[in-house]
Design a protein around this ligand. Structure first.
Ligand SMILES: [Zn+2]
Length: 209
């Protein structure tokens, strides 16, 4: 019922997390009405996102694209960080929250999603194999390794944590030095790392087991 270009835009915008067709239509008409400058700025930002943003080869955190070589983010390159600790988070904003507390000095692993009990394919969509291989590389190299499961205290976060524990268990059998801990339950049920305060995260970190 809308012109084809607007319909297409609505379809695309509906793919954003949490955005339904009605909101997508509002956005599309906003873009249509908004002055040329805004749309141009948005176009540039999207282009830069594609051209200039990369993910770290080790932890999958986003970073500025650099020329050649292995892509390592500033955390993975920082020699002052405790390299034996890997906090596994669902998304990058969870990492930022842990970082803000100043209580954690290890490294991260960004899964880029969670396992949903309703989506059979979801384990394949997140970076589980990369986590396994990363831990394996460390252990084979004789390095100490603690995987801290810092997924949210939601059904999906808990499912993901259990799943990770399961896939890492053969590795633990061959390398008993591997530690797998879960962020302590200072976090109330259903809470997401994104919304809780620093003190709660600090407690959860010191209560991990
Ligand atoms: Zn990194």
């Amino acid at each position: 019922m809308y012109p084809e270009s607007i319909q297409k835009l609505i379809e695309l915008l509906s793919k954003f997390p949490g955005i339904g067709p009605r909101q997508a239509a509002r956005f599309a008409f906003f873009l249509f009405k908004e002055n040329h400058g805004f749309v141009e700025e948005l176009r540039t930002a999207l282009k830069e996102l594609q051209d200039r943003v990369a993910v770290c080869d080790v932890c999958f955190r986003t970073m500025e694209q650099e020329e050649g070589g292995q892509r390592l983010c500033s955390f993975c390159r920082d020699a002052r960080r405790d390299r034996s600790l890997i906090a596994v988070v669902e998304k990058e904003s969870d990492m930022s929250n842990m970082e803000k507390t100043g209580a954690y000095h290890g490294l991260y692993h960004v899964l880029s999603g969670v396992i949903s009990p309703l989506d059979m394919d979801s384990p394949k969509k997140i970076r589980l194999r990369e986590l396994y291989e990363r831990a394996e590389r460390m252990l084979v190299g004789g390095e100490p390794c603690e995987v801290i499961l810092a997924t949210n205290s939601t059904t999906e976060g808990d499912t993901t944590a259990l799943y990770i524990e399961r896939i890492l268990s053969p590795l633990k059998d061959t390398h008993p030095s591997l530690k797998i801990t879960r962020l302590g339950r200072g976090l109330s049920l259903g809470s997401e790392l994104e919304y809780i305060d620093e003190i709660t995260i600090k407690n959860a970190l010191s209560n991990r087991k």
